[in-house]
Design a protein around this ligand. Structure first.
Ligand SMILES: Cc1cc2nc3c(=O)[nH]c(=O)nc-3n(C[C@H](O)[C@H](O)[C@H](O)COP(=O)(O)OP(=O)(O)OC[C@H]3O[C@@H](n4cnc5c(N)ncnc54)[C@H](O)[C@@H]3O)c2cc1C
Length: 419
């Protein structure tokens, strides 16, 4: 009997376990999933909670129910991994030996790493919508908000779903307009980047959308301190942004056990990983999926989903002693909610930046265009998440390899592809 142990029962751990259970015989390979708690949250839904468009309780389901029969499931935080003896120690003292280990423990929020953030004002004037508790508290604060300086700040990168803070700005603009108080609210987006987003075409488009909505943009702002009492963000170079209400995306790290486990992670607790095979570079029997990987790709559910296809195939090949498939191309896509029941789809990979056109081919959903259809796609995605993506089924027309057909290539992309 070979043993696959999967650390983390979120998006990546669940879909990887289900895909592997589908292909590997239960009498030859045992699969165990471990998580520190039993509440599987549909995280993209947290964006809507502060605006009263979703309830955090309805976004959460028991993890065990998402796993296929024949998968063992333990609720017990991971304490550490011993790569040399191929064992995982859990906080209860339980030890799990493995033949293949999958790191799927995602990224954890570390608000305490920013001076002042969790001090005076946390949960009163400063909030995050990146976890259910924070999203609920922010919903109550938005109900009470009478106007003033409303600031959305990304403290540092990497973060989960890098477009989510922008979506939050667009929805805040919509929310204050439909509450007839937009003229009493100054919205400012504060980012450590030198523009609204990371890649040039999308950055121009998203930056333009901030301007159209009268949302101010402050760039290259590396937040060193959040002064909740005084209502100020202070950057390391001494600049200040005043606020009456701040929505902050805290620093993200890998799970703490990764840092505690010798040789497993980098300085931030993410695991060095081959970008195409998803085998870790720390040990051949360790594979990585989702936000836990140190890869030059967005930390996103779509990425995790596309990685799942390649990861499951490669674990099967690894167990059979066959060469690995190096086909993961960094494919990512995301519906960006833009307010007023519209959304915009972006689709990209390691080499191709988000571009206009259509997805998944010449005929399909418009890319980088705000439409009601894309908004419907964003809403429908929750159903696909629970019923297709987590069970490890294929979504028709959506695959791990990014489609080029349908995209209007930029000169920069043509150059990258030619090289
Ligand atoms: C507000 C918000 C909006 C988002 N919107 C989108 C979107 O629109 N589109 C998109 O594609 N993505 C979006 N995402 C990102 C997406 O949810 C994540 O990228 C995705 O869930 C990553 O999957 P994962 O398996 O790597 O991590 P997770 O799903 O977070 O799972 C990690 C699991 O590891 C467990 N774990 C951690 N430490 C331990 C430990 N010590 N012991 C045991 N278990 C542990 C955790 O409890 C968790 O269950 C959003 C995220 C947020 C927060």
């Amino acid at each position: 009997m070979r043993r696959i142990v999967i650390l983390g029962g979120g998006t990546g751990g669940t879909l990887a376990a289900n895909r592997l259970r589908h292909t590997l015989p239960p009498d030859e390979v045992a699969i165990t999933v471990v998580d520190r708690n039993d509440g599987h949250v549909y995280q993209p839904g947290l964006l809507f909670v502060p605006f009263g468009l979703a309830r955090s309780g309805e976004l959460t389901r028991p993890r065990g129910e998402q796993l296929h029969p024949g998968i063992d499931y333990l609720v017990d935080p991971v304490d550490r991994v011993d790569l040399a003896s191929r064992r995982v120690s859990l906080e209860s003292g339980h030890v799990l030996p493995y033949d293949v280990l999958v790191i799927a423990s995602g990224a954890v929020l570390a608000p305490e790493e920013t001076d002042g953030l969790t001090g005076v004002g946390w949960g009163e004037k400063t909030f995050t919508f990146y976890d259910p508790t924070g999203a609920d508290a922010l919903a109550a604060a938005l109900d009470r908000f009478v106007g003033g300086r409303f600031v959305v700040n990304v403290i540092d990168l990497p973060i989960k779903c890098p477009v989510a803070p922008l979506e939050f700005c667009f929805l805040a603009d919509w929310f204050f307009r439909q509450s007839s108080m937009r003229d009493q609210v100054e919205i400012t987006y504060v980012t450590p980047l030198d523009s609204a987003f990371t890649m040039p075409v999308a950055s121009r488009r998203l930056g333009g959308m901030l301007t159209e909505r009268d949302i101010a943009l402050v760039t290259e702002f590396n937040t060193g301190e959040v002064d909740g009492a005084g209502g100020r963000l202070v950057s390391y170079d001494g600049r200040e942004v005043p606020f009456d209400l701040a929505v902050v995306v805290p620093v993200h790290n890998g799970a703490a056990y990764v840092t505690r486990s010798e040789g497993l992670g980098d300085a931030l607790g993410f695991v060095p990983t081959d970008p195409h095979t998803l085998q870790s570079s720390v040990s051949p029997d360790v594979f990585v999926i989702g936000d836990a990987a140190a890869l030059p790709v967005s930390k996103a559910g779509s990425v995790t989903h596309f990685e799942g296809e390649v990861l499951a195939e490669n674990i099967t090949r690894f167990l059979a002693g066959e060469p690995l498939d190096a086909s993961y191309d960094g494919h990512a896509n995301c519906f960006i909610e833009t307010g007023f029941s519209k959304a915009m789809l972006i689709d990209f990979n390691y080499d191709v930046e988000p571009l206009p056109g259509h997805f998944p081919g010449r005929i399909g959903v418009p890319l980088m265009k705000e439409t009601h259809l894309n908004h419907l796609g964003k809403l429908l995605f929750e159903w696909f998440y629970w019923h297709t993506l987590l069970p490890g089924r294929e979504i028709p027309g959506v695959h791990s390899v990014m489609p080029i057909a349908g995209k209007t290539l930029s000169a920069r992309t043509e150059e990258v592809l030619a090289s």
